[in-house]
Design a protein around this ligand. Structure first.
Ligand code: PFF
Length: 455
């Protein structure tokens, strides 16, 4: 299908349900799973954090994902116009605009980390980690990430790759890319998990992942788990609304949402299994924080038999995971520009690329030369992360479930998930789903929001 600047009639769409699933899972599975999840698990008591996280995925994540699916598929429109179409004459379109803004903030710092992945893949291919002591690897990472040009060059490469896929459109770009890359990504991570879990001394790492230590759990753990669930499932940013708008009318949205959430969660646990057993096997503390992936792991790879190859595979996986996610964020912003400003796809991609590139450069420089520029005590990189993941995604998620559950209401929700009554969904499932959308998810999100304001 040809891409178009005009809407509706020539609107691009996914070709198959498998295509939708891999694209959605591609967005969900990203740095959040391979970089953020393992270090949060490490810092927050292992299995205890995982259990709380799973609870939030079911009670808050799934209902918001379903609500976004319903809004996107029913409206067949991009973020803002989806709300406007379903609630004409109201101010609900603002929720879509917030989603687009959220994606702008996330992709700006995300593409900087994506650039770190391209650099580290390059280093892995050159076997740069082979004789790395922890100190020299730490210096390697901090001198790279705080320098001026190299991170910006890598950030540019990463954004060019992202834009290259988005410019090709939904079916020819995003769907085709995800269909090849997602299975490859799963295979690589399963391979590394097997290697890591069979290392001598990996036992304590495995029990760290599966035996909860409740003494590490504080109120902050709950906030971190909910924020992570939203970040990992790409919720509250209208990403699901945008992708669901390309989903055909006969697709089964309850199973697509559940499968996406399940794939993302399985992937996060697999990432934990790939990383933690090795961390323990080499006697390293699991609470290394954000340095885990770029400092601790290269050290572990340097000690491991066939570690050089594992390092290449790991950084390739990290790069692919980051790419399929950044593609989805760029698509949210590009689809918005195409529909709101009637731009051609190519023009929209070029303009958005330039805008994000500039913001990303600021994020990158805020690690080094601009580190003294602080707002709310945070540099630009951390500020963008905080505004999007700790604030906009949660507020967005709350407004989205309230919109679906109360503004659209029971009739529309049931109509959409049963494809106009043509697809049978058991009554108990419909009722449970509506209860989660109307009461449980808003209550969980409100509780966390109030708690955060009090902190
Ligand atoms: N879910 C992605 C990850 O785990 O890395 C991050 C993300 C992608 C957030 C797309 C928001 C979004 F719209």
């Amino acid at each position: 299908m040809k891409n178009s600047s005009t809407q509706a009639a020539k609107r691009d769409s996914f070709a198959s349900s498998f295509g939708v699933l891999v694209a959605m899972a591609g967005s969900a599975v990203g740095l959040g799973n391979l970089w953020r999840f393992p270090y949060l698990v490490g810092e927050n008591g292992g299995a205890a954090f995982i259990l709380i996280y799973l609870g939030f995925v079911v009670l808050a994540g799934l209902p918001v994902m379903l609500a976004e699916f319903i809004i996107g598929r029913r409206s067949q429109s991009s973020a803002r116009s989806a709300f406007q179409k379903l609630a004409p004459g109201s101010h609900w379109g603002i929720v879509g605009v917030l989603g687009v803004i959220c994606c702008v903030f996330i992709i700006s710092f995300y593409s900087v980390v994506g650039g770190w992945c391209t650099e580290y893949l390059f280093k892995a291919v050159r076997f740069d980690f082979t004789d790395g002591s922890p100190e020299s690897l730490k210096t390697m990472f901090s001198s790279f990430s705080t320098s001026t040009w190299l991170p910006i060059i890598n950030h540019t490469v990463f954004l060019v790759l992202t834009a290259g896929v988005v410019i090709a459109g939904v079916q020819n770009g995003i769907e085709k890319f995800s269909k090849v890359m997602m299975p490859l990504l799963f295979l690589i991570i399963i391979g590394i998990a097997v290697r890591s879990m069979t290392l001598p001394g990996s036992g304590p790492g495995i029990s760290f992942l599966f035996r909860p230590d409740w003494s590490k759990v504080t109120s902050q753990t709950f906030l971190a788990a909910l924020g992570q669930a939203f970040f990992s499932l790409s919720l509250g940013s209208c990403m699901v609304v945008t992708y669901a708008s390309y989903v055909k009318k006969d697709a089964k949205i309850i199973s697509l949402s559940t499968q996406t959430a399940a794939a993302d969660t399985v992937f996060a646990i697999l990432a934990g299994c790939a990383i933690m057993p090795a961390v323990f096997a080499f006697g390293i503390s699991p609470g290394e924080g954000p340095d885990l992936v770029f400092v601790t792991l290269p050290h572990i790879f340097s000690q491991m038999p066939v570690g050089g190859v594992i390092a290449i595979l790991f950084f390739l996986a990290l790069l692919l995971a980051a790419l399929t996610s950044s593609i989805s964020m760029l698509e949210v912003i590009v689809a918005f520009c195409i529909e709101e400003f009637k731009m051609k796809r190519k023009v929209a991609v070029a303009l958005v690329f330039f805008f994000i590139w500039v913001l990303g450069c600021l994020c990158s420089l805020s690690m080094g030369p601009l580190s003294s520029w602080k707002v709310l005590g945070k540099n630009i990189f951390d500020l963008f992360d905080f505004i999007s993941a700790d604030f906009l995604m949660l507020i967005g998620g709350l407004l989205i479930v309230v919109f679906a559950g109360w503004k659209l209401g029971k009739k529309v929700v049931f109509d959409e998930v049963t494809n106009g009554g043509t697809h049978h969904v058991p009554a108990w499932l419909l009722k449970t789903m509506l209860f989660l959308i109307r009461y449980v998810a808003p209550a969980a999100l409100l509780a966390i929001a109030i708690f955060q304001i009090h902190e």
